[in-house]
Design a protein around this ligand. Structure first.
Ligand code: XMP
Length: 513
């Protein structure tokens, strides 16, 4: 049986992947394509429905994205959202104009409950609006099914032609009944059955990777983080030993992490692939000697990582494909590229320049982090890898304030291990956005037994955050903090004080560097 699919046509809005994600949450496979996708291609794909996204333009301007009007004669249901709704109106002879009053944010919308989109929805419902243009007049054959005091056509439809349009965004969570509306479109208009699950993503991705790669050679930089791990397992299942994973241990990983990664991906692990672990600790420590400035440390670690990887890649020789564990938020962030550089993030961005290859493969490009985790679980990757805390590429190098030495790495590894252990035992690990120990550059006097000590202070950080752009210090129970403090000062040689960082972001950052 052919896989049910909805196609999202992208007109440049911010929520395009979110729409796809919502459709997938309704158990229907969904892909995002540029609005220029040819009608013949669409026919070949046999989608059950098409969704036009929002976008920043005005449909009545010539340079704005338009659509071949034949798309409306293909007998495929279409839902237009925001710009997409205006595009339907404009293309089919309605009127779109600058609204006398723009609407932004949560807005009360009155809906016609006899519409298939709204039959389970309250007569007046909160929806998310974001528009300066509006549909002034619906095209002939359409009826208006929602309005606000200032927006005469907040939704319209032509059920005979299976064309639907909403000025507001049903995909965002602020549209409180949005998912019901999307379900109405997906199930009742498009007639989907909803038999797609995340494991279908995995099997489909494996199948298409196999077709794409054929007998080619594939190289992957494995960090042990969830994204690169899931990408590597997909590739291993698709092409087995044609894949080589290079894992650079820069000596700045958490305690036991290098061995844990090796246990999963190495020769004794469950996956078929070539695994190369490079123990490059000494090289990194040598480069970092006497360097204190955090940004300089980041650059050194990033550059050295690329050198090490390049050397390994040269030994392997020319490869056909380079794998990257890029996920959707990375795509948006790199696309914006306008914000000021607060920290130079280390990721595999520099690798393509140092390796000879024909093409990049990014099997997770369309997924959000929690979707990547679901795929990881489906693929049988151990939970401790799938639910791993976010960990910066430069690793503990940026959780040690001041110069990095092997001794300081040992201290922060031990302290962090105890902290994570106690948080896990207290059962609060899933409630926290991120938590870790860092090492300050401060030494102070203490007393242990009858002796004076002059040792380092460890800082414990723990934040609640949903997007990692802003964060609040988490309120860890006092007794848990006390247990952690006790264990650290007793078990970690070289530490005589433990602090808890209360700073939010902003003005702080999540990492402590
Ligand atoms: P900050 O410290 O900027 O961190 O508030 C926000 C989130 O990003 C992570 N982080 C990084 N992740 N490479 C990464 O892949 C990096 O260089 C890097 N620096 C910070 C940090 O752990 C937090 O989750």
């Amino acid at each position: 049986m052919k896989q049910e699919m909805i196609i999202v046509l992208d007109f440049g809005g911010q929520y395009n992947q979110l729409i796809a994600r919502r459709v997938r949450e309704c158990h229907v496979y969904c892909e995002v394509h540029p609005y220029t996708l040819e009608l013949d291609k669409i026919r070949e794909m046999e989608p059950k429905g098409i969704i036009f996204t929002g976008g920043p333009n005005s449909v009545y301007l010539e340079e704005s994205p338009h659509i071949d009007p034949d798309i409306f004669n293909m007998n495929i249901p279409i839902l237009g959202i925001c710009y997409g709704s205006q595009l339907i109106a404009y293309t089919l002879g309605g009127q779109v104009a600058t609204a006398p009053v723009s609407e932004y944010g949560k807005t009360q919308v009155s809906v016609d409950q006899s519409s298939i989109l709204f039959n389970n929805v309250e007569a007046t419902t909160d929806c998310w609006m974001s528009h300066t243009d509006y549909i002034a007049k619906a095209p002939e054959g359409f009826c208006v099914t929602a309005h606000t005091p200032v927006c005469p056509v907040a939704a319209m439809e032509c059920p005979e032609r299976k064309l639907y349009a909403t000025q507001f965004h049903p995909e965002v969570m602020h549209t409180v009944e949005g998912i019901k509306m999307l379900r109405g479109f997906i199930y009742d208009v498009c007639g989907c059955q909803g038999n797609w699950k995340m494991d279908s993503f995995a099997s489909q991705a494996i199948q298409s990777l196999r077709e794409k790669i054929g007998t080619g050679k594939v190289l992957c930089a494995l960090s042990g983080g969830v994204d690169s791990s899931v990408a590597a397992v997909l590739l291993s299942k698709a092409v087995g030993k044609q894949l080589t994973c290079v894992f650079v241990d820069h000596g700045l990983l958490r305690k036991n992490e290098g061995d844990e990664v090796e246990a999963v991906f190495g020769p004794n692990g469950p996956y078929e692939l070539n695994f190369i672990r490079v123990n490059a600790q000494d090289r990194f420590y040598a480069k970092l000697a006497r360097v204190e400035e955090p940004e300089e440390k980041r650059k050194i670690i990033g550059a050295e990582f690329i050198h090490v990887f390049e050397e390994e890649a040269k030994k392997i020789g020319a490869v056909d494909f380079l794998v990257q564990g890029t996920i959707y938020p990375d795509v948006i962030e790199s696309g914006l590229g306008k914000s000021a550089v607060i920290k130079s993030h280390h990721n595999v961005g520099g690798l393509p320049d140092c390796v000879e290859f024909k093409e990049i493969v990014e099997p997770l490009r369309l997924l959000f982090k929690d979707e990547v985790r679901k795929v990881g679980l489906e693929l049988g990757i151990p939970e401790h890898l799938v639910f791993r805390q976010p960990f910066p590429g430069p690793g503990l190098g940026i959780r040690i304030v001041g110069e990095v030495t092997a001794e300081k790495v040992r201290i922060v590894q031990e302290a962090d291990f105890i902290y994570r252990d106690e948080i896990g035992k207290a059962g609060i690990d899933m409630e926290l956005g991120q938590y870790f120990a860092a090492l300050t550059n401060m030494r102070s006097v203490g007393v242990m037994g009858d002796f004076r000590t002059y040792d380092y202070a460890v800082v414990l950080r723990s934040v609640e955050t949903s997007d990692f752009m802003t964060a609040e210090a988490a309120q860890i129970p006092w007794e848990v903090l006390q247990r952690v403090m006790n264990r650290i000062v007793n078990e970690v040689k070289g530490v005589n004080r433990v602090f808890y960082d209360l700073t939010s972001k902003p003005p702080g950052t999540i990492e402590f560097e």
